[in-house]
Design a protein around this ligand. Structure first.
Ligand code: NDP
Length: 314
């Protein structure tokens, strides 16, 4: 039996779009909608999910594999009945990583040149010649989380000329990047940065990690970019750090909760740029190609590169 992908990702109405994408890039694969009443579970079914409903968990347990359309799978593992014994694979691939690198470059250069002030001045019709002479070659950027995305982003920044370091759980060597690891080295890593970028996965160990005390290890007036998860940041501490000069500015692609409610103080802080969780989502056909490769890999009994370790949580 050929492998079949059963799709619930992005809801019932997204199926036709997914079907067309798979037809274009992997016509050999059978696809069907999770919501098709005629679907009968088969022995070669693989699920493609984003935020499955609680009532989907039982059927997910019968799958050969589950592919998530997001790189972060914290929302799946948080579910008490998510089938943790079924192989779970995260979204990845070149375009996802490139999009993330482009976003982080935009955010870091915006902080470097204080682009937020230009935007605020424009809103006020103010022509104030606030020239800034900081360059990429003298700016130190540190990335928390040097995994699939973090390592790619770090090397893209280094390629542009930034001085790049990274922090992760276990030791590693990465060309052109100074790598720190472990909680004990976190203050030393932070002490040498002009801009901190968060690309950690959300796990019990990283939830709420970015608080005022952590930000206090940065040189005064550093910048901060969050592209990991909103849960990593104690948002009241972030506002405090922006107000007391610990941070010069921040760019947040992820917040808690999402969407950010009207009236939340984060919306209105003059030193803060907020984007609606858009840093990195590959084009549908590119995602379909990646999913098809993952399913073929699982069907051959091999281990895909971004297989989630459910005990580690990422
Ligand atoms: P990976 O799992 O490939 O990498 C995770 C990295 O974080 C690894 O280097 C890991 O270290 C490190 N890490 C994990 N836990 C700890 C810890 N307790 N202390 C120190 N380091 C730790 O993830 P990806 O790079 O694929 O994705 C990272 C996150 O980016 C996702 O989980 C998601 O939340 C976010 N994301 C956001 C998007 C957006 O549009 N804003 C889009 C895509 C992803 P080690 O290797 O040593 O284990």
């Amino acid at each position: 039996m050929p492998a079949r992908i059963v799709i619930s990702a992005d809801g019932k109405q997204a199926f036709e779009n997914w079907r067309q994408a798979f037809a274009a890039v992997a016509p050999d694969l059978d696809v069907c909608s999770w919501y098709d009443p005629a679907w009968k579970a088969g022995a070669d079914d693989y699920a493609l999910v984003w935020h499955p409903e609680p009532e989907h968990m039982e059927r997910l347990a019968g799958m050969q594999g589950i592919v998530c359309t997001g790189a972060g799978v914290d929302h799946l593992l948080a579910h008490a009945h998510f089938p943790r014994s079924v192989p779970l694979v995260r979204m990845g691939g070149e375009q996802t990583a490139r999009l993330m690198a482009d976003y982080v470059l935009w955010a870091v250069i915006g902080l470097l040149r204080d682009a937020r002030t230009w935007a605020v001045q424009q809103q006020q019709g103010l022509w104030r010649n606030n020239v800034c002479c900081r360059t990429s070659s003298t700016t130190r950027v540190g990335i928390m989380g040097l995994g699939h995305l973090g390592a790619y982003v770090a090397q893209a920044l280094a390629h542009v000329g930034f001085r790049v370091s990274g922090w992760k759980r276990t030791p590693a060597v990465l060309d052109g990047v100074t790598v720190w690891n472990g909680v004990d080295n976190l203050p030393s890593f932070l002490a040498e940065l002009d801009v901190l970028v968060n690309l950690l996965p959300a796990t019990p160990a990283t939830d709420g990690l970015i608080n005022h005390a952590l930000l206090g290890h940065l040189p005064k007036g550093a910048g901060f970019v969050n592209v990991g998860r909103g849960r990593h940041v104690v948002q009241s501490d972030l506002l405090r750090a922006l107000d007391d000069g610990t941070l010069c500015g921040a760019v947040l692609d992820v917040v808690t909760p999402e969407p950010l409610p009207q009236g939340d103080a984060l919306w209105h802080h003059p030193r803060l740029t907020i984007t609606p969780h858009v840093a990195s989502e590959a084009a549908r056909e590119v995602q379909a190609r990646y999913v098809a490769d993952v399913v073929h890999c699982l069907a051959r009994g091999e281990k895909p590169a971004l297989l989630c370790d459910v005990t580690r949580g990422y």
